[in-house]
Structures are given as C-alpha cells and as structure tokens.
Design a protein around this ligand. Sequence first.
Ligand code: HEM
Length: 501
Amino acid sequence: MSEDLHPGVAALAALLAGVALLLVLRRRGSRRPPCTAGWIPWVGAGLRFGKAPLEFIEQARAQYGPVFTIFAMGKRMTFVTEEEGINVFLKSKEVNFELAVQNPVYHTASIPKNVFLTLHEKLYITMKGKMGAFNVYRFAEQLNEEFHERLEDLGPHGTMDLISLVRHLLYPVTVNVLFKKALFLSYKKKTEDFCQHFQIYDEGFECGSQMPEWLLRNWSKSKRWLLALFEESIPDIKAYKPERADSMTLMQAVLDVVEGVAAGHSASCALLMLWASLSNAVPVTFWTLAFILSHADIHKTIVEGISSVLGGAGKEKIRVTQDTLKKLSLIKWCILEAIRLRAPGVITRKVVKPVKILNYTVPSGDLLMLSPFWLHRNPQYFPDPESFKPERWKEADLEKHAFLEHYMAFGGGKFQCPGRWFALLEIQICIILILYKYDCSLLDPFPMQSHLHLVGVPQPEGQCRIEYNERCDVLHDPRGPAPSRGATPPATHLPSGHQEG
Ligand code: HEM
C-alpha cells in the first residue's frame, strides 16, 4: 500500500479535523458551570441544601470554584462569587430582576405575575423618589416623635428580649411614618394581633414564597388576616392628611400608582410594602445593638459621643437631626458593619439569554444568584472579614452616598433597595434615642444567627435579653456605661477614644 494519502482523503481529513476543532471550541464556549445535583430526580440537592443552605453554598464554592450551579427542587441556581460574575449579575441586560421574583411575589402577596410586571417599574421609581438620599431627611422629624412616644411605654427600667424591644419600637413607628399615623395601632388588642400575625408572616415568608399555601396553614392564616386588615384600611390611608401639607405618605403615593394601573391589588401591594419595610430593618437594628453592647469600648465611645453632642441627661425629648447624625458617624458605621456581617444570604436574577462568565455559559432559565453574606466574608474585599470593625467604614465616601466596594447588603444594579436611606436614618435615630435615654446591657451570650434562611437579613436564634435603666449623666460617671454581663465580645479593632466629630 502506498504511504502517500490520496489528495481527496487528505482534504476530507483536514475538513474533519477542522470541524472537530470547531466543535471543541464551541463546546468550550458553551460549557455549563459545574453542577451539584444529587441523585433524586427533580429534588436534586434539595434535601442537603435545605438543611443548611448557607453552608452548602460555601462548600460548593470550595469544591467547584467561583461559578457553580446548585440544582434543587426543579430549579437551577447558578452562583457567582467573583468579579466577572458579579459584573454580569449587576449590569448585564440578559439577566432580569422582575422575572426572578415574580413567582415569590405571587405566592407571598397574591399579586398575579402579569400585574406585577406591569406595576413594578412604576412602583420602584415612586419609592426611590420618596426615600432617595436627598429626600429622606423629611422623615426625620416624625421619626423622632414616634420613637419618643414608643420609648415612653418602656418606663424607667426593665428587662426584655432585645428582638421584642426592637419590634415594639419599629413596627408602629414604621407603619405610622410610611403608611398613616395610628393606622390600626390605635387600640391595644389590634396592635397585639397585628404584631403576632406580622411576625408569623415574616418568619414563614421564605417557605411561603416557594411552597403551596395549603401546606402552611398557620402562615396562610396570618397572610389572609393581614390582607383583610389592609383591605379594610385602604380608604383610611387614602383619606389621611399628613401634617406636612406638601407631602403624601409613601403608601399613599404607592396606592396612587397601583390604582391607576391595577385597581383591586392595593391590599396585596400594601402587604408587600409592609414586609419590605420591616423584615430587614428589625433584625439589622437588633444586630447593631447586640454588636455595640457586646463591645465595651465601642459602647463607651458611642455613649460619650451622644452625651457630648446631645447633652448629658437622658430625660429630655431631644431631636436627632441631620447635623446630629454627621457628628455621630460611628453609629452609622456600626449599622453598616452589622449589616455587612449579617447580610442577606442571596439575591437573585433570572437569565433571559445565555450569558458567558469566565469559561462557562450560563443557560437561559437559570436563576443567577449572588450571596452578599459570603461576598462580605471574602478577605480580598474585606480584610479580617469575621471581625466587627466599624472603622473600616472610614474609607467609604458616605457623604457622597457610596458604600464600600463589594458591599452588597442592599443589592445592586438597577433595582437596588429603594428603602436603604430610610432604613439607615430610622435605625440611627432609634439607636441614638435608646442609648441617650437608657443605660443598656445584654444579659445573655451574643446570639447565633439562624442558618436556615437565605432571603434577607438573618434572624437571631435563641434568647438575648437586654436590661435598660434610665440614664444619669455618663459624662460625669468616670466608669462609663455598665458592661454587658452576658455577651462575650469578639475582638474589636477600634482605636480607643475614637469618635468621629
Ligand atoms: C437595613 C435594612 C434593609 C436591607 C438590608 C434591605 C435589603 C434589600 C435587598 C438586598 C433588596 C434586593 C435588592 C436586589 O435584589 O438588588 C431589597 C429590595 C427592596 N427593599 Fe430593602 N432593605 C432594607 C430596608 C428596606 C426598607 C426600610 C424599605 C422600605 C421602606 C425597603 C424596601 C425595599 C423594596 C420595596 C425592595 C424591592 C425593590 C424592587 O422591587 O425593585 N427596604 N432590600
């Protein structure tokens, strides 16, 4: 047999090699991210994932690298953990917020998907306008008044679970300011029912967003109770005349939009708005107070700062203004640092056209996931990530409303949390007024966080009591505030005596 190839055969071989090379290159380009799927069809990794979702995400990252897919309960969730994936998540037109959340919105608030898609952007623009960084101080005066009223209920001293104390303050204050003053909180029984049902609704929100309602009878009962309450209160909210004649409440503005586009869905939108305004703000206030009270040096610096800016005695109805807040920036740093360490487990977008991340192609239909909780623990982005170090916020240009790079507690991109400036204002005023009025200390060890939930800021697990006593002037008390008896603080890194002025 001749050694020479027939020219036709050689051409065919070259063609085949070319096609093979092309296929390899295309396959490379369309390679999906590594996937952990388990062996049970549809359920996939759902059982292991559901037991400890936060840990599962981190284990998968360690095993598979910066982009990986978890297949669970019929859903493909592709996680991005580093620069290129984060950019796609935040900026790509091929990923969509509304399509990612329309199912949970339907399950939790009974807003049909088409109604949500029609309403969403208009509502977002309204909320962003009302609570934007430059408008938000309009709420300060009423927030001060409302917090003073609620603090009076606490009496001169007492002991209570810290999370109950925070709920006692934030539930009515937020509703009165954003919805309508004294809305369904005007008599005690209704207030108690409201708090109980809202708590059940909030705690079951994540399950409720995924499971059929008939499997969650208690949660469903609370959801229906809250919807009925709003149904009955909508006329009152609309008729309310806020003290400032030039403004309407946030809820009134939201109702204007809803009724112009999808009349009949007002109660559902109000419920969702209520949840958004409380579900994160309450645990953030809790964690910030817990961190401050368990770090004696930070606590002392803060109390001294409050005394020097607002005066020593704790009984007057002082007003916290924009100027006060500028002088007490350590408190804002503590809030931002507490949210860094207790950030939402995930935020999500839906992939509408395949997107390339590193060497992978993430197919359309996947949920693209980003975990602020783990991102905030990446030592490249936040050195010494597990430590509570409020002073790292010195580097942020907060005057220009910029957070630290890679800080994703409020999400990002086009639909970043529209309530973030309101939340920060409300929580700062709340904490300043508590620490102005009372000497506080924790009676129990620093609480663990719930590892079961991925949506929103994690709740504390177990009891964490606070003892509070009306303050005498700490400036004249060389010992400073009483140390917490329970909490063992993790190391702090605050230079002693530091207080931004
Ligand atoms: C410290 C407290 C808060 C935290 C940590 C927080 C965090 C977040 C996050 C992570 C998102 C998702 C953003 C994304 O996917 O990119 C979000 C959305 C949202 N937040 Fe907040 N939030 C807080 C307080 C508030 C408050 C007080 C309000 C209302 C007064 C509010 C209203 C909303 C709304 C309405 C959305 C949905 C936005 C949309 O539909 O496009 N949030 N928030």
